[in-house]
Write a new protein. Structure first.
Length: 454
């Protein structure tokens, strides 16, 4: 007899999207597949079957792991057997799934839980099926960079294929998910009259299955008024452990120069609204107030602005992000999960995860939140390096354990594993969540958002 655990709360299936891209598999003895004998020598047998449908099917097959100890590699459509298992519950998980594929429940009585709990009776053979659906979809990550004076105050509109559109800041980014593979046209509109898109405004980008393609637009803005004025920028730094090499001051996105921790620089700039940015701060130093600032300078006039910086003890290690798994918009009913977090090695911070595919009777999507400040019964238990082999690149991983509160009031312990594998917009970062109670999990390469590890 085979039984899959029924999940309460976050009760949909575990999606193992692209795990091989983000993390390598655990090592353990790998029993060879075998033909079932007429009489089992001892224990029971598990037959794990895979059936793959859709387009852009994973060409490399999968790996089935039992109890994190034994593994075998079935093809996209095939069966592997694990003999001599003790009677009782066993953890079974399907790994090495391409980013554009996910485990689904395609027929009544089948489950999409992954990992799942399978009950084995000694002397019998139990089966657990994995139905995997693949789709030819991917994402576009579109960034806008604007330099000059008198920038467009309300940003732009980014449109894909003349239909789907999103607002974008003058210096920002937007992500379009769930796009069919192939070529797509991308246009930036609602650009102020004094600003010009550099190069082609109407780029063609190619979306690949399960991938994220970068598209960059550069915009330059000219002053609305004529003439120049004087701008004096001052830095004041307080606290312990000040930045030893000072900062970098950038005016209008193009003019950069060094400035000390307590210093003043006078510059001649175009009349108009000038963006001013202070960068190059040490990790233990922060600007109090806005950064960047916008300073208006009149023709022939003098303007000033100050950046107040506070430095302290070197901060603890930290990982943060606002990320998405699954294709489409984060709206109720879509098979999409969103995770927002800022967690530090001193066990402070906040974590929230929401599953828009699991709608509770309240009408709200299932969620879990750890926020020790506002809910002291929730807390972070441990923060660690996941160890060698867990992420594709050494030093890119973080793993933490926590107790969180579900949207229905229950407390649950969970583990998060993160791999910060590339710069913002690279589309290669990896995220995994596993809630012990009920065996709920979500895992995969991000379809939107970014992870930052410090």
């Amino acid at each position: 007899m085979v039984a899959a655990a029924k999940l309460g709360g976050w009760g949909l299936a575990f999606v193992a999207l692209g795990l091989a891209l983000g993390c390598s598999d655990p090592q353990g003895p790998k029993p060879a597949a075998s033909v079932l004998p007429d009489v089992l020598p001892m224990g029971g047998t598990l037959a794990a079957a895979t059936k793959t449908t859709g387009s852009d099917v994973d060409p490399n097959g999968y790996e089935v792991w039992v109890d994190d100890q034994w593994s075998q590699s079935p093809p996209d459509n095939g069966v592997v057997y694990f003999n001599g298992l003790s009677g009782g519950d066993h953890k079974v998980v399907l790994l090495m799934i391409a980013p554009n594929c996910l485990v689904t429940a395609t027929a009544p009585g089948l489950v999409a839980d992954n990992p799942r709990t399978v009950t084995i009776t000694e002397g019998t053979t139990g089966a657990t099926p994995y139905d995997v659906g693949c789709a030819s979809v991917g994402s576009l990550f579109i960034s806008t960079t604007t330099t000059g004076v008198d920038l467009d105050g309300d940003g732009y509109t980014v449109t894909v294929d003349g239909a789907a559109n999103q607002g974008a800041a003058a210096n920002g980014d937007v992500t379009f998910t769930g796009l069919a593979t192939g070529s797509h046209s991308v246009v930036v509109s609602n650009v102020a009259g004094n600003c010009t898109v550099s190069g082609d405004n109407g780029q063609v980008a190619t979306v690949t299955a399960g991938g994220m393609t970068d598209v960059a637009f550069s915009v330059s803005c000219t002053p609305i008024a004529s003439g120049t004025g004087s701008l004096t920028v001052t830095t004041t730094t307080t606290g312990s452990n000040p930045d030893p090499d000072g900062y970098t001051l950038t005016i209008d996105g193009t003019n950069s120069q060094a400035i000390g921790t307590n210093a003043a620089v006078a510059l001649t700039v175009p009349a108009g609204a000038n963006p001013v940015v202070l960068s190059g701060l040490a990790a233990n130093c922060k600007v109090s107030g806005a950064n960047p600032q916008t300073v208006t300078v009149t023709a022939g006039g003098t303007s000033t602005t100050t950046f107040a910086v506070t430095c302290g003890a070197p901060p603890p290690a930290e990982v943060s992000g606002h990320v998405q798994l699954g294709w489409g918009s984060a709206t109720p009913g879509n098979f999409v999960q969103v995770f927002d977090f800022d967690v530090r090695a001193d066990l402070t911070g906040r974590f929230t995860g929401t599953d828009y595919g699991d709608i509770h009777p309240s009408g709200l999507p299932a969620s879990v939140t750890t926020d020790p400040v506002n809910d002291p019964q929730t807390y972070f238990i441990a923060y660690r390096d996941p160890g060698p082999g867990k992420c594709r690149q050494p030093g890119t991983g973080v793993e933490f354990d926590a107790v969180g509160r579900g949207d229905e009031g229950d407390l649950r312990t969970y583990t998060v594993q993160i791999c910060d594998l590339g710069p913002k917009g690279s589309g290669v970062d990896f995220f995994s969540l596993y809630i012990r109670l009920g065996g709920y999990g979500r895992s995969g390469v991000l379809t939107a958002g970014d992870i930052a590890k410090r």
